[in-house]
Write a protein that binds this ligand. Structure first.
Ligand SMILES: Nc1ncnc2c1ncn2[C@@H]1O[C@H](COP(=O)(O)OP(=O)(O)OP(=O)(O)O)[C@@H](O)[C@H]1O
Ligand SMILES: [Mg+2]
Length: 430
């Protein structure tokens, strides 16, 4: 009996049992009362944690990405990677007013590009009168250049890149990337760009006197025919160009190799002061290999340094060679390769080299239109600079600083002229 009393039948216990003042013993005997709130609390904590992680995720990614791009110093690896990334049209918003790279592609152009404005395609279409043929001012390997007037009245040169995939994309990104960080009076200024859907356009300051090639070889283009440049203007252009390359090679860190320095990439302002353009093929020098970069051979025949053309080894001295070729062109008025000339004169550098260093023959090679405009002493000095720049042995070519220093005294002699302003040193470090 006793046993029966102490252990009531389960049914009876369930229905009519009222707990006495047993305290903890009741909870202990009902574990669900502890487990259920604990599980709910745990779920709540997990939910809040997830919410916090989600909210923090976006900004954190942006910071990491922009840091990465800033640390990258335009490494070619990154650029080519970016180049292929951005060809995916799926990621472009159909209505791009802001920088497309800002969030999704890890390329915080807006934040980095002081002064480079972002344009919509529509804005540039309006500026160029629907990219009308009457506004075409140039046509190069990568795109067509239009004269355009922005709605604030600024006259610009708008380069509409061909839609040819990776290479065009790469040149676009490189040009925006470099020009928005490099500021020098001898480099053509980038006012803005457009990356609206598949369109890629660059907006530059307008250079009213076109390019040096048109002037040197009197190439009539889009209704303009130019008069030959005089000796002093040529010297000043030579100094401006030397300063542009000096800036890229010696005042930028790491140094930048232009890789396509030639007369059509030297643009002239209303005063015939020169600025260097076209950075789509530029390369950043390597600190590890004495500034040498191994790369695909790109550039323009006639201006390529022999060691670069044959091995792909690119250094700042490759640009010095190209500069020497342009200086030769300024002196002689001849193009680097001209099969119409008599035999022995086809290749400018081979024809000119022996004359450049020969006092008796040096005058023979000067552009006939310059007759009577220079002293023999000055000519010998300029010829010597050209000769040393185009020599086959890259190591013996001078630094652009040396070229600048050699040209300054000659330009200072300009009748009634003054020395061109010193180049700005306000480049960003990267
Ligand atoms: N900012 C500018 N102001 C005035 N004219 C310009 C400007 N930029 C380019 N041009 C003109 O447009 C032309 C074409 O330029 P672009 O750089 O596309 O090709 P290119 O230099 O002639 O040839 P390449 O494709 O081999 O570099 C230039 O030669 C120049 O006459
Ligand atoms: Mg060009």
């Amino acid at each position: 009996m006793a046993v029966n009393f102490l252990s009531p039948p389960p049914l009876l216990l369930h229905q009519s049992y009222t707990p006495p003042d047993t305290g903890g013993s009741f909870i202990a005997s009902n574990p669900m009362l502890i487990i259920a709130p604990a599980v709910i609390a745990l779920l709540l904590v997990i939910f809040i944690a997830c919410l916090l992680v989600y909210c923090r995720e976006k900004p954190r990614n942006d910071i990491e990405i922009s840091k990465e791009s800033l640390h990258d110093s335009f490494g070619s690896e990154r650029l080519s990677k970016c180049g292929s990334d951005v060809t995916s049209s799926a990621i472009y918003s159909p209505d791009v007013r802001s920088c497309i790279y800002g969030g999704k592609l890890g390329f915080t152009l807006q934040a980095r590009n002081r002064g480079a404005q972002v344009f919509t395609y529509k804005e540039l279409e309006l500026a160029t009168d629907g990219f009308s043929a009457s506004n075409v001012i140039g046509n190069g390997g990568f795109g067509i250049v239009f004269r355009g007037t922005l709605n604030d009245g600024t006259v610009t040169a708008i380069k509409k890149l061909h839609r040819d995939g990776k290479q065009g994309e790469r040149e676009f990104r490189l040009e925006v990337d470099l020009l928005s960080q490099l500021h020098s009076p001898q480099l053509v200024g980038l006012l803005g760009y457009c990356a609206d859907q598949h369109h890629r356009l660059l907006v530059f300051e307008f250079m009213p006197n076109g390019n040096l090639q048109q002037h040197l070889h009197q190439i009539p283009q889009y209704g303009k025919v130019y008069q030959p440049l005089d000796w002093w203007t040529r010297l000043r252009i030579a100094l401006d160009c030397a300063r542009a390359l000096e800036f890229l090679h010696e005042h930028s860190s790491p140094s930048i190799i232009h890789r396509d320095f030639k007369p059509s990439n030297v643009l002239l302002d209303h005063n015939f002061r020169a600025k260097v353009s076209d950075f789509g093929m530029a390369k950043v020098g390597s600190d590890k290999l004495n500034g040498q970069v191994l790369t695909r051979v790109l550039g323009t025949t006639g201006y390529l340094a022999p060691e670069y053309a044959s091995t792909g080894k690119l250094t700042t001295k490759s640009d010095v060679y190209s500069y020497g070729m342009v200086l030769l062109e300024l002196l002689t008025g001849r193009v680097p390769v001209d099969s119409k000339r008599p035999s022995g004169e086809h290749v400018l550098v081979s024809w000119a080299l022996p004359r450049l260093t020969n006092r008796e023959k040096v005058e023979e090679m000067v552009d006939p239109v310059l007759k009577g405009q220079f002293s023999k002493k000055d000519l010998i000095q300029v010829a010597a600079i050209a000769a040393v720049c185009v020599q086959a042995e890259a190591d013996y070519r001078p630094l652009m600083t040396d070229v600048v220093q050699s040209l300054i005294p000659l330009v200072l002699k300009t009748p009634g002229g003054s020395l061109p302003a010193t180049p700005a040193r306000n480049y960003d470090s990267f």
